[in-house]
Design a protein around this ligand. Structure first.
Ligand code: ADP
Ligand code: MG
Length: 695
């Protein structure tokens, strides 16, 4: 009987050489058991499988060859204690006879073990120095009579992440010991799948992943392990999808309150808003709690959809919580709610950290006794003191700003709760296929009518003057602007522009135009006062850090200037740009870049010049920066993939999804003989366990 890769629960301390110090290092890496150790993915592999002779190695590169020791000499101080040993060796691999000086800093003891006239395997990082080839980082191993390669030569060596006192050598021996203790690892995929996609057995795959003989073999083993992991991920999420889909959708018409709100609007809802509302109403009527993401570009009208859906939810009874990531944004939402819903008799309350003492106590009592229908606020909503009478629906704005724990804390205040997440950072396809596999998604693609696409310019230092003129023209038309800089004040270390200095500079550029400075160090009251003045038109432009990135809605602002644009991610830039272009007015975005910017970085920015499509931009962002930076994934901790990569394995993700769907559609209970292996893996040691990961 084989054992499952993820069922080896022997403690790491049972291995030779693992004492308290090594254990502490392993703990930091999250390694406690034998299984954990095998699931510790090398950061990279060092290819020592082919000879790289001294004559052909480039500066700073690794030589991997066989050498003969020619001589020992000494350099540095005269005194025997302080001098350093230098060993001259000659390449005898048969590919030239290059020479190399091994500098033994702090390793004079090598005088005894690296002997003149003897032959050694050598692995060394070399540098050219004054016409001499030198190395101070090297490993040698004597060539025995039988000429067999020692394990660290002639192979591909894994390079593991290290913590504390851990060394590559210790991890490699530990891994080897675990592998030798297991006779055979059980297969985790049905034979037909292995065959169809030419995958290895689990046993072959895990062994060669940690000690591949060739790069091809490494690739095949990684592919196998990644596919297996993705397959079980897909199986888990698709299974849930399919079971949810079985319930017949129930259509509930909009309530009287909803219709009253919709009729009171000076515009009509877009087709996508109507569809999203329809989808949400079906979810709210279903026995399954809703778990839906409402995604749509900045300004696409998500918030309005959320309020209308809240009215629908209130029609069933219970309370609603609406959470926003910043006090500023929460307040803006509370104000729009008061405008839209207050008139309909909905009882609203607003709670943030700055609501104090008596007022807070009264508010909390009202929430507890059910006198509040909708509670709007920041993460203060999930603090322990907040008790709802009957919380039934939670709406979270800018969901990627919150961690999973925060979301769970809020949800834990309700027994069964519907959840609507909103995000302006669209979820790229690779992620929606995996992380959000069981999350329903509604998308607002069409912008409210009458909006003009924002015109975006890339501006070099040289055209700065022209840009200021163009902005001045907008001011003369009565329009408003934002200037964004990465820093609050001058740190002195580089030439990055900061808000404090630029605020003064812009005053000279636009002498009689009223402006204000806004950044995270101002307290909330100040920020709110400034934004009010801006909203009312008393202030013409704001000089700001990226605090304005989220949510703020001021239709008369038509210019967004972002300096050092290269310092921001594309999605963040797109979000900031979305602060303008929120009305029928033509808006402009100027992305100012440093003169030293590389062509590559410029072409990255030009993605924004050519596209106003948040989905496309997010995909590009993902390709460039990797998924960690994107919505949900880093904070969610939901997706702990060991072998697969979300950026590089799109084909495998798709393949795994197709296979999972095929199996679930023909054998949903997995009782078929061919699927015994899947049942057994799920029962014993699933590669991806959705119940264990969100904790
Ligand atoms: P988001 O939250 O998606 O960024 P908002 O809900 O803040 O967008 O909407 C931006 C602005 O567009 C708001 O002023 C809102 O009142 C307005 N709006 C929403 N839906 C429509 C629509 N269908 N037609 C015109 N304007 C709309
Ligand atoms: Mg919004």
């Amino acid at each position: 009987m084989g054992r499952y890769l993820r069922s080896l629960d022997e403690p790491i301390t049972a291995l030779r050489g693992v004492g308290p110090a090594a254990k502490a290092g392993y703990t930091e890496l999250g390694v406690a058991t034998f299984s954990d150790l095998l699931l510790l993915s090398p950061r990279s592999w060092e290819d020592r499988s082919t000879i790289v002779a001294l004559g052909e190695v480039g500066d700073g590169q690794m030589a991997n060859t066989i050498v003969e020791v020619l001589s020992h000499s000494w350099f540095g101080f005269k005194s025997a204690k302080k001098r350093t040993l230098k060993i001259i060796v000659r390449d005898i691999s048969g590919q030239g006879d290059g020479r190399l000086s091994l500098l033994c800093f702090g390793r004079n003891f090598l005088e005894k073990s690296i002997r003149i006239g003897k032959v050694y395997y050598l692995w060394a990082q070399v540098h050219h120095h004054r016409g001499e080839l030198q190395s101070s980082q090297f490993e040698v191993h004597p060539v025995g009579d039988d000429l067999s390669m020692p394990p660290q030569f002639g192979s591909i060596l894994p390079i593991y992440p290290l913590r504390g006192s851990l060394t590559q050598r210790l991890i490699r021996t530990n891994v080897a010991e675990v592998l030798s203790q297991v006779d055979c690892f059980s297969d985790e995929l049905p034979p037909s799948i292995l065959e169809r996609h030419s995958l290895l057995s689990t046993d072959e795959a895990i062994r060669s992943y940690h000690r591949p003989k060739t790069l091809d073999e490494l690739d095949q083993s990684r592919r196998t392990l990644a596919f297996t992991e993705l397959f079980y991920l897909q199986l888990a999420t698709r299974r849930q999808d399919l079971s949810e889909a079985r319930e017949r959708p129930v259509h509930r018409p909009p309530t009287k309150l909803e219709l009253a709100l919709i009729e009171s609007l000076p515009f009509s809802l877009t087709a996508d808003q109507l569809t999203a509302l329809q989808e949400i109403r079906i979810d709210l009527a279903s026995r399954q709690p809703m778990n839906r993401l409402l995604q749509g570009d900045v300004g696409s009208g998500k918030t309005l959809v959320a309020w209308i859906s809240a009215l629908h939810a209130l029609g069933r009874g219970g309370q609603v919580a609406f959470m926003a990531p910043t006090e500023l944004l929460a307040r803006q939402h509370a104000e729009s709610a008061a405008r839209l819903l207050g008139a309909l008799g909905v009882r609203l309350a607003f709670l943030t950290g700055s609501v104090k003492a008596k007022e807070r106590r009264l508010l909390l009592e009202a929430v507890k006794s059910g006198q509040v229908d909708i509670l709007i606020g920041t993460h203060a909503l999930f603090s322990a003191e907040v008790v709802f009478r009957d919380l039934r629906y939670v709406i979270i704005d800018e969901q990627h700003r919150f961690g999973v724990e925060q979301r769970l804390a809020l949800l834990s205040k309700a027994t069964v709760c519907d959840l609507l997440l909103m995000s302006a950072t669209p979820i790229p396809r690779t992620l929606s296929l995996t992380v959000f596999g069981n999350l329903a998604i509604s998308t607002l693609k069409t912008m409210p009518s009458g909006r003009k696409p924002i015109v975006t310019h890339l501006v070099s230092e040289m055209s700065r003057k022209r840009m200021y003129q163009a902005v001045g023209v907008e001011f003369s038309r009565g329009h408003q602007a934002y200037f964004v800089y990465p820093r609050i004040d001058d740190s002195g270390e580089d030439d990055v522009r900061d808000v404090t200095n630029m605020f003064e500079y812009l005053k000279e550029e636009y002498p009689s135009v009223p402006s204000a400075l806004i950044h995270s160090r101002l307290d909330e009251e100040e920020k709110i006062a400034i934004l009010r003045a801006y909203q009312s038109g008393k202030i013409t432009y704001l000089v700001s850090t990226s605090v304005i990135e989220v949510g703020i809605d001021i239709p008369n602002a038509t210019v967004m200037v972002i300096e050092h644009a290269e310092r921001f991610g594309l999605s963040a830039l797109h979000q900031m740009r979305g602060r303008v272009g929120r009305s029928h007015l033509q808006s402009y975005c100027f992305l100012v870049f440093s003169s030293s910017l590389t062509e590559e970085a410029k072409s990255r920015l030009s993605v924004l010049k050519h596209s106003n499509d948040g989905f496309y931009i997010a995909e590009q962002d993902l390709l460039i920066r990797g998924p960690g930076e994107l919505s949900g994934t880093r904070q969610s901790g939901y997706l702990r993939l060991t072998f697969a990569s979300l950026t590089e394995d799109l084909d495998l993700i798709q393949l795994a999804r197709d296979e999972a769907d095929l199996i679930l559609s023909t054998d949903p209970t997995l009782l078929g003989a061919e699927h015994g292996v899947i049942r057994s893996v799920l029962a014993n040691a699933p590669p991806f366990d959705p119940t264990a990961s969100d904790a």
